[in-house]
Write a protein that binds this ligand. Structure first.
Ligand SMILES: Cc1ncc(COP(=O)(O)O)c(C=O)c1O
Length: 391
């Protein structure tokens, strides 16, 4: 413990900066780096959404809003989850969250989990899950997801991790950092585990639109017995390229959502008024920008996977979701952290070491293809040249 940390809460001392941020900061301070490190669409928020936000400001949407969000936005969200996800929730069972999906996730954990409870999460998995679990005082229980299973979370593995302390499972499909997508039978199996052991599920579906090769996203809340034990969290960040607007949502049973609203009231209060108006325009306006963006991601994915497989020491399976590839570089004989550092120094390419996402990520790298194709091509050439220096 450093001098400065003396007196900090125990839960605060357990939280360390994310490995993603550290590498990003370092790469920012260097010249001529191609960053495949950060997970946000490289597209602008569609024009009609930005226009709606400007109009909202002029129309006076600069004040407090209801804690659970504007009623017309919650109506539109209830309609969206019915149409897109096959979920039957009333507008009172919708929370518009401040802080995007991340805010909704934290409120869900605060509502459902006590200190000492265990929370099951996939490893490697999105960095926020472990940190948020620790922030609420609970214990993360990592269940490995394997490359040979397309990085899906397998129900039998989840079942084996359940103890008398298990309270909740965090599910993320399509997944960050692997691009793995849960199949119908995986979700059915996990739903069975949850019902059998009376567990809650928080399902993070922010990449729901980013699926390829005819794969369909499915929501676990639509499975038998899951409606009232699942909180589905989602956001506008990825689907509408709105990462900076910090608006997300959660749907779930009325009692859970009511408690989450109360917690939001006493913490973040509500999502920004102007962001909520922009979110409404996103939901009710033309949707063609999503299809265009996903088609571009798909082109890049089709380029990147075979190209990385041409590089000695790289083995890259084909993900069917999100906008990441997760190649193994174990054959190169370095830790993923050491290799990512080497790639940054020698190749001027920033990637995230798989170990930043859990011990199961060791030996892998996360590369985001939310970058133009020319940059991806140049990055692969640089990686190839850097790897050649290792020989
Ligand atoms: C799986 C996953 N969930 C949530 C988020 C964060 O979403 P938001 O911007 O809505 O907080 C990310 C961002 O990278 C993510 O990868």
């Amino acid at each position: 413990m450093t001098e400065r940390e003396h007196g900090f809460s125990r839960r605060t001392r357990l939280i360390r900066p994310s490995g993603i941020r550290q590498l990003f900061d370092l790469s920012q301070s260097m010249g001529d780096v191609i960053s495949l490190g950060i997970g946000e669409p490289d597209f602008d928020t569609p024009l009609h959404i930005r226009e709606a936000a400007k109009e909202a400001l002029d129309a006076g949407y600069t004040r407090y809003t209801p804690n659970n969000g504007f009623p017309d936005l919650r109506d539109a969200l209830a309609a969206k989850v019915a149409r897109v996800n096959g979920l039957d929730y009333t507008p009172q069972e919708v929370l518009v969250s401040d802080g995007g999906c991340t805010g909704a996730l934290l409120l869900a954990l605060l509502t459902l989990v006590d200190p000492g409870d265990e929370v099951i999460l996939g490893d490697p998995g999105f960095v926020v899950y472990e940190a948020a679990t620790r922030i609420v005082g609970a214990t993360p229980v990592a269940v490995p997801v394997w490359e040979m299973n397309d990085f899906r979370l397998i129900p039998a593995d989840v079942a084996r991790a359940v103890t008398s302390k298990t309270k909740l499972i965090i599910l993320n499909s399509p997944a960050n950092p692997t691009g793995g997508v849960q199949r119908r039978e995986d979700l059915a199996g996990i739903a069975e585990v949850a019902t059998q052991h009376d567990l809650f599920v928080v399902s993070d579906e922010v990449y729901e639109m980013m699926v390829y090769e005819g794969v369909r996203h499915q929501s676990i809340a639509a499975f038998d017995g899951m409606r009232d034990r699942t909180v589905t969290v989602n956001s506008f960040s990825k689907t509408y390229a709105m990462t900076g607007w910090r608006v997300g949502y959660a749907v779930g049973a009325r009692s859970i959502i009511d408690q989450m609203v109360t917690l939001q009231q006493f913490t973040m209060v509500h999502a920004p008024a102007v962001s909520q108006r922009a979110a409404l325009a996103a939901l009710t306006g033309p949707q063609d920008s999503i299809e265009r963006m996903v088609a571009v991601f798909d082109d890049r994915r089709r380029f990147l996977v075979p190209r990385l497989n041409e590089i000695e020491g790289f083995r890259c399976s084909t993900p069917t979701g999100a906008f990441y590839v997760f190649p193994s570089v174990a054959e190169l004989g370095m830790t993923s952290e050491a290799f990512a550092q080497f790639l940054l120094q020698e190749g001027r390419v920033a990637v995230v070491p798989g170990s930043a996402f859990g011990v199961g990520g060791e030996g892998y790298l996360r590369l985001s293809y939310a970058q133009p194709l020319v940059k991806l091509e140049a990055a692969c050439n640089r990686i190839e040249r850097a790897v050649a220096k290792l020989r």
